[in-house]
Design a binder for this molecule. Structure first.
Ligand code: UD1
Ligand code: CA
Length: 505
């Protein structure tokens, strides 16, 4: 941003209760696309690099301030002890800033003060910068952001005189039917001259439907004092959408989703169904990646070039390598290597690392598991707390039995190992390179490299048991027919005739 668009101070209002959300959570902390409403606004404001950044807190102040310390520790919270309106909030912020500067022996704040609410998450740095630049270049007392809305219900309406000059703002609750017809609304975003807004704020009254000090009255006060004010009119009203209830929250989320998806598509990402693809603002997707329908990419997820994600994936803080394929999967804090394959119906939990070309197939769950390059866990398995080498195959229905009821234990499987189907690997064990385990084994001891481990009881066939013990059943009939047709005798060790006798017993 240029020098003329750098405000001396920015004030973000986040003290209100957000009554219309009907929640115990402060409105500013509602998340969309991986950021709080406040976080979205701060990101736009920070892009202008204001010298001072103040966030006014009040309702559930402790939670809001803790969140602020996390996402923007350099921002200064100012506590508005009672929520007596948006004008009162800005007054509190300026008084705190002035007092702090006085105490530090710094000169009183001059120049442009940018004010926004914390509930307009679609604001762009571009619009904010244009407002600040406009105020700096023209020297007007204030620039307010407006747009014409298809449905202006709930917003303050912009009053203009016959020559089109802005004269004031009337709130929905103070508006008469003629005012309500006006579709140009106040965004609640202003670039003010510091000294002039300080003076106007001192003259606010609570003479209105809500008994509050309205920041919007500053516009009328400027007008009566002959102070020029300007409106920056946006072409796209969506940018100033305010979130006051959960219906507006959903609209704002969908708009932010579209914005992110469009940016990615323009950058070379294929998004098959943008309406069902939710990608958090901080997620990176490289060109030529393909996102199939019903997919959520959340948090700090990174998707490399030519990977294909979806349909039906939920990836949280997960890294996906080039050309990897992930479908019908939930992955959290996982690393999926290049050319790896995940899904369908796969759950990768924190600490999973799949090497190049590795596979986690259908109905496979992994946690804290490192799977080496080209190793495969194709079906119905649980791999928890394990390190698996390269080119190893884990047969269907294998379980890494990592929990003894008290503590978790870790197992190690080497390179080029063949784990037979339905092997229970009771941790902690080590299975050496090139070893095999027989299907159905319960491995409780280490297996040396190259050994075949069989850990199951031998099979015993009790011949003729069905005909003797389950006479008259379909199974017994089938057994008799099989033996009559020249198969093994239906009643072990005895003749077919005896078997018949047996069955009639
Ligand atoms: C406000 C504007 C309205 C504008 C709309 C745009 C006023 C009086 N009205 O209405 O003209 O069209 O925004 O979205 O300014 N807050 C405080 N302290 C308070 C009261 C509010 O910090 O004492 C904060 C709230 O947390 C919120 C912001 O100020 O972030 C705006 O308050 P809100 O109640 O949402 O105002 P609106 O009715 O939306
Ligand atoms: Ca609002």
């Amino acid at each position: 941003m240029s020098e003329t668009s750098r405000p001396a101070a920015a004030i973000v209002l986040a003290a209100g209760e957000g009554t219309r959300m009907r929640s115990t959570r402060p409105k500013a902390l509602f998340p969309i696309l991986g950021r709080s409403l406040l976080g979205h606004v701060l990101a736009a404001v920070r892009a202008l690099d204001p010298e001072e950044l103040v966030v006014v807190t009040g309702h559930r102040r402790a939670e809001v301030e803790a969140h602020l310390a996390e996402i923007d520790p350099a921002a200064k919270p100012v506590y508005q002890t009672e929520q007596r309106g948006t004008g009162h909030a800005v007054r509190a912020a300026l008084e705190a800033l002035d007092a702090e500067r006085r105490a530090a022996g710094r000169p009183t704040l001059t120049g442009t003060v940018l004010v926004t609410a914390a509930d307009t998450p679609l604001l762009t740095p571009r619009s904010l910068a244009a407002m600040v630049a406009h105020r700096e270049q023209t020297g007007v007392a204030g620039v307010l952001l407006t747009a014409t809305m298809p449905d202006p219900t709930g917003y303050g309406r912009v009053l203009r005189d016959d020559s089109g000059r802005v004269r004031g703002i009337v709130e929905e609750r103070d508006a008469d039917p003629a005012h309500r017809e006006i579709r140009e609304v106040n965004a609640g975003v202003y670039a003010f001259d510091a000294a002039k807004v300080r003076a106007a704020l001192a003259r606010l009254t609570t003479d209105n439907a809500q008994g509050e000090e309205y920041l919007t009255d500053v516009v009328r006060i400027f007008g009566t004092e002959g102070e020029p004010i300007a409106a920056a009119v946006l072409d796209d009203w969506r940018e100033i959408l305010g979130v006051n209830d959960r219906a507006q929250l959903a609209v704002a989320a969908a708009l932010l989703r579209d914005r992110k998806n469009t940016a990615l598509m323009r950058a070379g990402v294929t998004i098959m169904d943008p309406a069902t693809t939710w990608i958090d603002v901080d997620v990176d997707v490289a060109p030529d990646a393909e996102i199939w329908p019903n997919t959520i990419l959340a948090g700090t997820t990174r998707v490399a070039a030519s990977a294909r994600i979806g349909p039906n994936c939920h990836l949280i803080d997960t890294e996906v390598g080039e050309r990897a394929r992930v479908r019908d999967a939930t992955c959290e804090n996982a690393q999926i290597g290049p050319d790896a394959e995940v899904g369908p119906y796969t759950y990768l939990r924190p600490g999973t690392r799949l090497g190049r070309g590795a596979k986690a197939g259908g109905f496979v769950e992994m946690k804290n598991a490192v799977v080496g390059a080209e190793s495969k866990v194709p079906h119905l398995s649980y791999v928890g707390d394990a390190t698996i080498g390269e080119r190893t195959n884990v047969g269907a229905a294998t379980v890494f039995v990592n929990y003894d009821g008290v503590a978790k234990h870790h197992s190690v499987v080497g390179n080029d190992v063949r784990i037979g189907s339905d092997t229970m690997i009771v941790a902690p064990v080590t299975i050496g390179d090139g070893a095999y385990t027989a299907a159905g084994s319960v491995i409780v001891e280490d297996v040396p490299p190259g050994a075949l481990a069989i850990a199951r009881s031998r099979q015993q066939n009790i011949e003729g048991w069905v005909v003797r013990k389950r006479p008259g059943t379909r199974a017994a009939e089938a057994a008799k027919q099989a033996s009559a047709a020249g198969g093994p005798p239906a009643a072990g060790g005895t003749s077919g005739r005896d078997a018949g006798d047996d069955a009639s017993r």
